[in-house]
Write a protein that binds this ligand. Structure first.
Ligand SMILES: [Fe+2]
Length: 619
C-alpha cells in the first residue's frame, strides 16, 4: 500500500459539482485502466481525416472568433487580479510551451517539471535546480484542437500522473495558443480560469492574460494574442494601468506570448511584430520599464537571441519544447532587428537546440514519409486507383467508338493494353493515357484538383515560383500514377492473361495500386518536402511535422534573487518510449506523497535532462 494522504491540503478549494476533481487525493493506481486517461500517440498532421477535422475547427473558430472574442467577455467581469510573489527574496519558477501532444514527450517533460529538485549539467557546470513555485504554460496546451477530452488525455492526465500531490502546492498559469483557441477558448477557460487543480498544481488566474509580480521589481506578463496575433484594447488598457500605477519605474519585464513575434519579423515582415511593438510603445516605454526577456513557443524548438544595448543584455527566446513535434533550427534567422524605443536593436542568435547539424540531418528522415504517415499513403494510393479506374471506364465506353486504327479490332481496355506493353514502350503508355484523359471529365477533374492542390500547397512566396514549384510536384504525382498503373497492369495481365475481368485481377490490381501507389506517392511527398526545404528554404514546418519527432524537448527554469535573474534552459535529447506503472516498477515499495504514477521502463543517458547551454544571467 502507498502512504499517499487521503485529504487535500487545507487551502484546496471546495470541489464544485462541475469539477472533474475528486475530493480526495487519489490512490496510486495499480492498473493502467485506473489512471483515467488515454496515452495518446503524437498527432499525425498528414492524416487526411485529422487534417479535415482540424481545418474545419480552425475555420469555425476563426469565423466565430471574429464575432465573439472571449477576451472581451472576460473583461466585462473585471480585470485580472495581480498575482503576487514579491514577498519572496529568492524565487524559482518554470516556463514550458507547446505541450499536450503525444504521451511520451508530454509526460517526459511533466515529470521533470514535477521533481522537487533536478540536477542538470552543461559541459562545464552541474547545478541543482528546484521545482518552480509556479509554472507558466506558454500556449498550445493541447493538440490538435481543444476539447474537454483532448485536454484530459493530453494535458491533465499526464500532468496529474507526474505530480498527483504536493504540499505546498505549486501554481500553474497558462496563456492560450492557437490550438487552445480552436473551441473559442471554452475548455481553456474551464480548466485554467476557475481555480481548478491539475494534479498537484493549483490554477489561479481568472483571465487568459495576467501579470505576476516577482521579487526585486521583476514582472512576468502573460499576454493573449488570440488567433489573429492581436492584443485587444481591454488587455492593453490593463497592462498600461498596471505599468503606470503599480510598477515602480525601471521595472524589468518578462513577456510570455504564444508567438515568437521577434523571430517572425524577419520571416513574415513587420506586421508580425506589430503586437509586441504596440505593447512596448503603449505600456512599457512611456513608464521607464524594460522588456528584458521575451518567451514564446509556437515553433517547437529552442533558440536564444541576445542584444546588448547600453550595457544591458536582453533576450528573446523560442522555447516550444513541451511535447509537440520538433521544429527545425536550421531555418531560423541568425539575427533580427527589433524596433525598440524608436530605434532598431539588433539581436543575434546565441544558441539553438537541436544543433544546426542535427536539425539538417533530421530533415532527411522526411524521405521515410510513407512509414510515418500510413493514412496519407493509403489516401494517395486510393486517389491513384480512382484515376486508373476512371481511365479504364473511359476506355471501355470508347471501345465501341474508336481507339485508333490499329487498336479497334483488339477490343482491349486501357489496363489490358498498357499492361501488355514492354518497359521501353513508355511513350505508348503516356500517349494512350493522355488520349483517354483528354476525353474523360472525371479524370481531368481529379488530376486538375491534384495539380492545383499542389500549387496551393507550395510554400513559395512569389506567385510564379509557387505555380511552377506546385506544378512540378503535381506532375511528379501524375507521372508516378501512370508508372504505377502500368506496373500493376503488367503484373495482373501476366497472371490472368485470359480473364481480365476476373475478380482476382481487379482485387490484385486495386491492392497493388493502393500499396505501391501509396508508397511511391508518399515518397514523392517526402522528397518534395525535403528538396524544397533544402533548396528553397520552404516547407520548414511540414518537413518536420510529417515526422512527428517527440525528441529534443525542453523547458526553461528561472531563479530570481537580489543579484538578478538566472535562466536555465533544460533539455532532453530523447524521450522514453516505453513506460510502466510505478507500482509495478517498485513492487512492494511504499510511495511517498506526490510520487509519479508512471516511470520509464528503462532510462538511458539520452533520456537524461541537461543544460542546453550554460545558465544565462540577467541583471
Ligand atoms: Fe504549437
Amino acid at each position: 500500500m502507498t502512504s499517499l494522504p487521503q485529504q487535500q491540503p487545507e487551502d484546496r478549494p471546495p470541489i464544485t459539482a462541475a469539477s472533474d476533481w475528486p475530493k480526495e487525493c487519489p490512490q496510486m493506481p495499480r492498473t493502467w485502466s485506473s489512471i483515467a486517461f488515454e496515452q495518446k500517440e503524437m498527432v499525425g498532421w498528414f492524416d487526411p481525416g485529422q487534417l479535415a477535422r482540424t481545418g474545419v475547427q480552425a475555420l469555425l473558430s476563426a469565423v466565430f472568433g471574429s464575432y465573439a472574442d472571449r477576451r472581451e467577455v472576460q473583461a466585462a467581469f473585471g480585470r485580472p487580479e495581480l498575482l503576487d510573489y514579491s514577498a519572496a527574496d529568492d524565487l524559482w519558477f518554470d516556463y514550458i510551451a507547446d505541450l499536450g501532444d503525444g504521451f511520451d514527450s508530454t509526460y517526459a517533460m511533466a515529470r521533470l517539471l514535477a521533481k522537487p529538485a533536478l540536477r542538470v549539467a552543461s559541459e562545464s557546470k552541474s547545478i541543482e535546480t528546484q521545482r518552480g513555485k509556479f509554472v507558466v504554460m506558454g500556449g498550445d496546451q493541447v493538440y490538435p484542437t481543444a476539447s474537454r477530452e483532448e485536454y484530459q488525455d493530453r494535458l491533465v492526465g499526464p500532468y496529474r500522473a507526474a505530480l498527483p500531490y504536493a504540499d505546498p502546492a505549486p501554481h500553474m498559469y497558462a496563456i492560450p495558443g492557437n490550438h487552445d483557441w480552436y473551441d473559442g477558448l471554452t475548455s481553456f477557460s474551464r480548466l485554467f480560469c476557475q481555480g481548478r487543480w491539475i494534479g498537484g498544481w493549483k490554477t489561479r488566474q481568472t483571465h487568459s492574460y495576467f501579470a505576476i509580480k516577482l521579487p526585486h521589481n521583476w514582472w512576468l506578463w502573460g499576454i493573449d494574442v488570440q488567433l489573429e496575433s492581436d492584443i485587444d484594447h481591454p488587455q492593453i488598457e490593463y497592462f498600461r494601468d498596471l505599468a503606470a500605477k503599480e510598477m515602480p519605474k525601471g521595472a524589468k519585464i518578462i513577456i510570455c506570448s504564444a508567438e515568437p513575434s521577434w523571430a517572425y519579423l524577419p520571416m513574415q515582415g513587420e506586421k508580425a511584430y506589430e503586437n509586441i511593438r504596440v505593447l512596448e510603445s503603449e505600456t512599457i516605454d512611456p513608464f521607464g520599464h524594460t522588456h528584458m526577456v521575451g518567451l514564446a513557443g509556437d515553433l517547437h524548438t529552442y533558440a536564444r537571441y541576445e542584444s546588448h544595448e547600453a550595457g544591458q543584455a536582453r533576450h528573446r527566446f523560442i522555447c516550444g519544447g513541451g511535447g509537440a513535434y520538433l521544429y527545425p533550427t536550421h531555418s531560423l534567422p541568425e539575427r533580427f532587428d527589433l524596433p525598440e524605443q524608436g530605434r532598431d536593436v539588433r539581436y543575434g542568435r546565441k544558441s539553438v537546440f537541436p544543433s544546426l547539424r542535427d536539425s539538417k540531418l533530421l530533415s532527411w528522415r522526411a524521405l521515410a514519409f510513407p512509414f510515418m504517415n500510413r493514412a496519407f499513403a493509403f489516401f494517395i494510393g486510393a486517389l491513384y486507383l480512382v484515376v486508373a479506374w476512371s481511365l479504364q471506364q473511359t476506355s471501355i465506353v470508347l471501345e465501341g467508338i474508336n481507339f485508333g486504327p490499329q487498336d479497334t479490332h483488339e477490343q482491349l481496355t486501357y489496363i489490358e493494353r498498357i499492361g501488355g506493353w514492354a518497359y521501353n514502350e513508355w511513350w505508348k503508355v503516356f500517349g494512350k493515357t493522355w488520349h483517354l484523359a483528354m476525353v474523360s471529365p472525371s479524370t481531368l477533374i481529379i488530376l486538375g484538383l491534384l495539380i492545383f492542390g499542389m500549387i496551393g500547397f507550395a510554400d513559395v512566396k512569389s506567385g510564379p515560383g509557387k505555380f511552377f514549384v506546385g506544378l512540378f510536384h503535381g506532375l511528379m504525382h501524375v507521372a508516378a500514377l501512370i508508372a504505377v498503373t502500368w506496373a500493376s497492369a503488367a503484373f495482373c495481365v501476366r497472371v490472368w492473361p485470359k480473364h481480365p475481368d476476373h475478380f482476382g485481377f481487379t482485387l490484385t490490381f486495386g491492392g497493388l495500386m493502393i500499396l505501391i501507389g501509396g508508397a511511391v506517392g508518399a515518397v514523392i511527398m517526402g522528397l518534395y518536402l525535403w528538396l524544397s526545404n533544402r533548396l528553397l528554404g520552404a516547407h520548414t514546418n511540414e518537413v518536420f511535422s510529417c515526422q512527428a519527432i517527440p525528441d529534443y524537448k525542453h523547458f526553461m527554469r528561472f531563479h530570481l534573487t537580489k543579484d538578478g535573474l538566472t535562466m536555465y534552459p533544460i533539455g532532453v535529447k530523447k524521450v522514453p518510449r516505453s513506460w510502466e506503472l510505478w507500482m509495478d516498477h517498485n513492487a512492494g515499495a511504499t510511495a511517498t506523497p506526490g510520487t509519479e504514477w508512471i516511470v520509464p521502463k528503462r532510462e538511458g543517458s539520452a533520456n537524461r535532462a541537461f543544460l542546453i547551454e550554460d545558465p544565462i544571467d540577467v541583471q
